[in-house]
Design a protein around this ligand. Structure first.
Ligand code: MF3
Ligand code: CO
Length: 263
């Protein structure tokens, strides 16, 4: 369980990585338009992370992942590989998942981008997914059981007639990309882990329009819905505090505070 609680120095460094991650998601926004290839989006992010931010894209080479970020379009649930033959088109919903390393510390965040005119149903899917993450942040605080996060997310998503992907979870993060504690996005009555001040972890619900079932493609990475329904995901890196939490990867244009006071 070592490293699960971060030191002051750890937190200073994680905040720097978090700001870089947030800046990548802001920088890429104007490029998410019809006819750009996902490889070109990858390359713009790669150059910004390496040249402007002097950082390392954490996905590149991670378990042999071949690109610098994940780009998951429509029925791709997660881990979409940027591809020079895949062009965005009007109506697509696109997740961009950015993880960076700066001074050996990681941060991780993702959000949805809407390309041109998106159907109301698919806009709703994105909004409910984002809201489920935002709602869960209101329960994060020292002393609260970690399984409350999944309880809130699952309840909200299912009330809205969408489904939660069960195979992937949030994770502790710091000097490692993925570490303890693991954060399920559905209720697990057997998880008695308690949130503690100075824990840092991601919350990253994946929400499907139809069934929650998924399948991995032969490339070993791309995960799609089984039924072809669309899928959305939002992710933040979060620091647990005495009074609530701090959204380490907060973006200026988000309609939530960077610091949550949950007392
Ligand atoms: N960013 C993903 C996460 O949230 C991990 C992607 S691993 C990769 O944990 F290799 F696909 F990049
Ligand atoms: Co993550």
């Amino acid at each position: 369980m070592k490293n699960i609680l971060k030191s002051k120095y750890d937190l200073q460094q994680i905040r720097i990585s978090g700001k870089i991650t947030a800046d990548v998601l802001k920088m890429i926004q104007p490029y998410i338009v019809p006819d750009i290839s996902t490889k070109d989006i990858n390359d713009i992010c790669h150059n910004y992370i390496t040249h402007v931010k002097k950082s390392i894209p954490a996905c590149l080479g991670y378990n042999n992942f071949p690109k610098s970020i994940c780009i998951s379009v429509n029925d791709v649930v997660c881990h979409g590989i940027p591809n020079k033959k895949l062009f965005l088109k009007n109506g697509d919903i696109v997740n961009i998942d950015v993880s960076v390393i700066k001074n050996n510390y990681y941060a991780d965040a993702s959000k949805m981008f809407l390309v041109g005119l998106v159907t109301n149903k698919h806009k709703l899917l994105c909004k409910i997914t984002q809201n489920s993450l935002y709602l869960s942040l209101k329960c994060v605080k020292h002393g609260v059981k970690i399984n409350k996060i999944g309880y809130i997310i699952q309840k909200y998503v299912e009330k809205n007639k969408f489904s939660i992907v069960k195979e992937y979870c949030g994770h502790g993060i710091g000097k490692n990309f993925h570490e303890l504690p693991y954060i399920l996005h559905f209720y697990n009555k057997n998880d008695h882990t308690i949130m503690q001040k100075n824990m840092v972890f991601t919350i990253e619900p994946m929400v499907n329009e139809k069934s929650s079932h998924i399948q991995c493609m032969k490339d070993g990475w791309t995960v799609k819905t089984q039924d072809g329904g669309l899928s959305a995901q939002y992710e933040h890196t979060i620091l647990v505090t005495d009074t609530g939490c701090e959204v380490i990867t907060h973006q200026e244009n988000e309609k939530i505070p960077k610091i949550f006071i949950n007392i």
